[in-house]
Design a protein around this ligand. Sequence first.
Ligand SMILES: CC(C)(COP(=O)(O)OP(=O)(O)OC[C@H]1O[C@@H](n2cnc3c(N)ncnc32)[C@H](O)[C@@H]1OP(=O)(O)O)[C@@H](O)C(=O)NCCC(=O)NCCS
Length: 298
Amino acid sequence: MKPSGSLKIDTFSMRIGDIEGVELDRLHAHSLAVGWPHRAEDWQFLRESGEGFVALDEIGRVLGSAMWFAHGADFATVGMVITSPRLQTLGAGQWLMKRVFEKVAGRDLRLNATRAARRLYLSLDFQPEKTVYQCQGIARLQTTGRPANIRGDVRILDASDIPAIIALDAAGFGVRRAALIERLFAHSAGYGLFKDDTLTAFALCRPFGRGHVVGPVVAQSDADALAVVRPHVAEHSGSFLRIDTHMDSGEFAAFLSHSGMPVFDTVLTMSLGKRLTDFAVGGATAPVTYALASQTLG
Ligand SMILES: CC(C)(COP(=O)(O)OP(=O)(O)OC[C@H]1O[C@@H](n2cnc3c(N)ncnc32)[C@H](O)[C@@H]1OP(=O)(O)O)[C@@H](O)C(=O)NCCC(=O)NCCS
């Protein structure tokens, strides 16, 4: 008998599991299925930095994921929320997020939403905040040498600078995330701008996805941010570099597009609970986050 041209497959059930025990290759395949650039090593880093759930089918394939990264007692970021393409719009995203909510109850939440996920997060009462510009490409530095307007000394950061980096990051991000910064530092090269021996700006850069990512970057002005980002761009000239930033205009944004890293995509920072402005230090010289650690980590 000739086989039919169509086949109806029954829906199947999924079980929830801890992301901890899952093989990295399976997580890697899961994010590749939605076109994300994460390597197995990037998943490993995220797993060491946070917690998460996976949705598994009967034979242990990963069909969904959601992670959270707690900082202190009152705050967490949420990320790596992915459902397998064939399952999307069937409620799996909602289901995973509800499970995350049970774990982060009482915390203020922040995440960066792709266009595909906005409706999901709006339905969970997240509020839109700011656009994130994902800037990436083959880096090229237009001018070499030290620009004339740097106020202070730029040098490579070492482990003795970590407390100052944590403090500056906390001022920009709004929440102290000491353990994460220490872990990022261990995987990164870093440049700092010092004025009278005080760290006033820094930029970390680490391997990620298709090449390297610069972030976090915290500074008090565009000029200071450029002073610490420029050396990373010079070092990675000719290779793939990425920066995720809230800056849409000004010297910093212009520098990125002139350095081979135009805007590739945008996501939307969203909050549940305290808004970004509630965390802001305020004042003209307050440190500002010029680049995120990543979209997942914020
Ligand atoms: C974003 C994503 C996780 C959503 O997962 P999902 O399993 O499709 O989510 P759900 O089925 O639970 O849908 C949640 C809500 O979004 C709506 N929705 C989902 N996909 C939609 C689409 N393509 N168009 C319109 N609405 C959509 C659903 O109707 C539902 O709305 P409701 O609560 O008002 O009924 C999934 O699409 C995905 O993995 N995308 C690729 C990776 C990604 O962008 N992740 C987000 C990271 S921030």
